[in-house]
Design a binder for this molecule. Sequence first.
Ligand code: ASP
Length: 332
Amino acid sequence: MTPAGPRKTAARFAALAGLGIVLAACSSGADPAAYPDGDIEVIVPFSAGGPTDTVTRMIAEPMAEELGVQIVVQNVDGAGGTVGAGQAATADPDGYTVLMHHIGMSTAPALYGENLAYDPLTDFRTIGLVTEVPMTIIARPDFEPDTLEDLVTYVQENQDEVTMATAGEGAASDLCGRLLTNALGVEVTTVPYDGTALAIEDLIGSQVDFMCDQTTNTTSQITDGTVKAYAVTTPERIDALPDLPTTAEAGQPDIAVSVWHGLYVPAETPDEVVEALTAALQTALADQSVIDDMAELGTTPVALDQATPEAHTALLTEQIATWSEVIGSQGG
Ligand code: ASP
């Protein structure tokens, strides 16, 4: 892949982001059978320009076209995605406020316990899964280690000095960072940001040493050498970054995670609204330009039978149990 592809894609998303300024969802509170008859706001619980934002903007345009209204992306960042999710949980259940969230929906209960303002399973209805994004382990361009093997040794020898960026407790970067430091048996200083778009800026500027981040935010920087990359966290190498070894190839099979995303609405949202949103999501995921844009950034849409409330709820339920156990065993 040449660097020109991802830059073009990023420019397209930036243009779409501009549309987001014209916002103000006009929730009608009207008959659900007439849904939608006003703009829909999608809350992204991380900063603009980051991986969750990018995936959201990829599907927003075809979904909006299918629904015949505008979709406006709102970044409500903070506390590893829990601020935006909390806001979405208490929105009017009329389908005019939708949440895009990722694997963090399933790690937050274990990480935040009673301090979590919402229950992912009972305060929301699921619309469907969207995509599963690989993560990469990356570092500032002038960081000393050149390979994952070097990084392991370096971090173990310098754990008091090294710094790791995350998008806050509950973010995917935080989860992957925990798997990494746990596998290495080290504790490092973490630097939390409101999204990895902000974290990677500081990484490129050498303000922080290393981090995990999704390929939807790292592919072009890895390809053009703006950051140093060590490994991808999936079992197989990915087409978008064919030279990047997997964590297992580099001797760290326990650092394995990919970041599933899904759409949610508040729990009391009527069936007609959920059905309309699921149908629009499926249309977006079958759109060839969405498939192509995702491929450039190392991911693919889920199979359409996964873009359903049933498949989404099943995965969310299983993942809450899985991560509660893993995080619990690591001491939260
Ligand atoms: N997905 C987050 C973002 O969009 C980052 C993360 O989860 O680590 O910034």
